[in-house]
Design a protein around this ligand. Structure first.
Ligand SMILES: Cc1ncc(COP(=O)(O)O)c(C=O)c1O
Length: 370
């Protein structure tokens, strides 16, 4: 069966109707919830929702009170996991305004995730409008300081049908969750476990897109990392089981003694927006950046010889996490003596300063919502 969806592009003009919550959280309760929100447990008052069916295309764009979806037990997503999502943040500037960081890049990646998962693509303008509308109505939920409002756009297959085929109906929604600084007291180096029993992605698979199934499949490997006293898991390629790919939810960079950076090439990994931004900032600074395959054996050897100076993981949630220790069934090794290195920390500051509007934005990454 071919995959084609009607009336997806004509939806760029879609107008959102805004129905503010009848009983929003009081100022006092909101302030209490913002004291120490952690990650992904506190939610704002509203959500944005748009629906797709073949007769109407994308329709019914609404910003409304955050509420449950009615779930028919035969809903397609519950059986065949046609689901994709994104993650981006809104940051409060010192002048009280609000910045989004590269939402157009999330919109493009969401579209390529939809295409890979045979789902109706959301027009990029609709994706961005949904995010902006939600940020505007819930802006009081953006924590000050180093906190931010994490935005979670997602789409589920909502046809009530048990056949294995692309769903004919979809729900696209955006919810928002205030988050504190990922690291209290500055980024502490993380330890990572090299997964030798499980892989994350194969050529032709779904590793390069953000579908929920990728994360379900990574949980066992992450649990193995925790069992071995590590914070995160790093996956190797599925063919030779030697090349470093990425962590469960972050990309990875290596820093060498000649000042150069390297990161695994795109293909089976998620094309991280933080990864892309770090490459751009490094090139701006005249740093040589290679997107090349790098093996676990070479990593171990370079850490021992001192050729490797630092390694760090990167992604929207934590921005940059220095990697202090690598553990595997064949032994552990330290990186930069287990401490956070200057390249990781300097790059992190550069990126965070752009996100909060404290530094110039030479690549036009910031979209001011307010
Ligand atoms: C598997 C995986 N790799 C990398 C990333 C980093 O991507 P980004 O920088 O766009 O947040 C994420 C987080 O979204 C992820 O889930």
């Amino acid at each position: 069966m071919g995959v084609s969806f009607d009336k997806v592009d004509g939806a760029a003009w879609l107008k959102f109707e805004v129905q503010p919550a009848a009983h929003p959280t009081s100022d006092k309760d909101r302030a209490a919830r913002l004291v120490d929100p952690g990650f992904g447990r506190v939610f704002t008052d509203h959500m944005a929702v748009v629906r797709y069916n073949q007769a109407e295309g994308w329709h019914g764009a609404l910003v409304e009170s955050r509420a449950n979806f009615p779930l028919d037990p035969a809903l397609a997503v519950l059986h065949y996991a046609q689901e994709i999502f994104e993650g981006l943040k809104a940051y409060q500037r010192d002048d009280g305004g609000v910045n989004l960081f590269r939402p157009d890049a999330n919109a493009r990646r969401f579209r390529s995730s939809a295409e890979r998962m045979a789902m109706a693509p959301v027009p990029e303008a609709v994706f961005i409008e949904a995010v902006e509308q939600l940020v505007r109505i819930d802006r009081a939920w953006i924590p000050g300081g180093e906190g931010s409002l994490y935005l979670r756009p997602f789409m589920i297959a909502s046809e009530v049908f048990l056949g294995v085929k692309p769903s004919a109906e979809y729900i696209f929604a955006v919810i928002a969750s205030p988050v504190g600084s990922y690291f209290k007291g500055g980024p502490a180096p993380v330890s990572i476990w090299v997964s030798e029993n499980y892989t994350r992605a194969a050529i032709g698979g779904t590793g390069a897109v953000k579908c929920g199934g990728n994360y379900a499949a990574s949980l066992r490997a992450q649990a193995e990392a925790i069992d071995h006293g590590c914070d995160q898991v790093v996956f190797l390629d599925a063919v030779e089981r030697r090349y470093i790919e990425e962590l469960g939810g972050m990309n990875i960079f290596f820093v060498f003694d000649d000042g150069s950076l390297s990161t695994p090439p795109l293909g089976t990994i998620l094309p991280g927006i933080t990864r892309d931004s770090i490459i751009a900032l490094a090139k701006d600074a005249g740093t040589h950046v290679r997107e090349e395959a790098y093996t676990i054996e070479q990593w171990r050897a370079d850490a021992a010889s001192g050729r490797l100076k630092e390694a760090f993981a990167c992604g929207t949630a934590a921005v940059i996490s220095p990697i202090g220790k690598v553990c595997s069934a064949s032994g552990d090794f330290l990186i930069s003596g287990g401490a956070a290195g200057p390249v990781a920390m300097g790059t992190r500051k550069k990126l965070v300063d752009i996100q909060y509007g404290r530094a110039a934005d030479p690549h036009n990454w910031i979209r001011k919502v307010v």
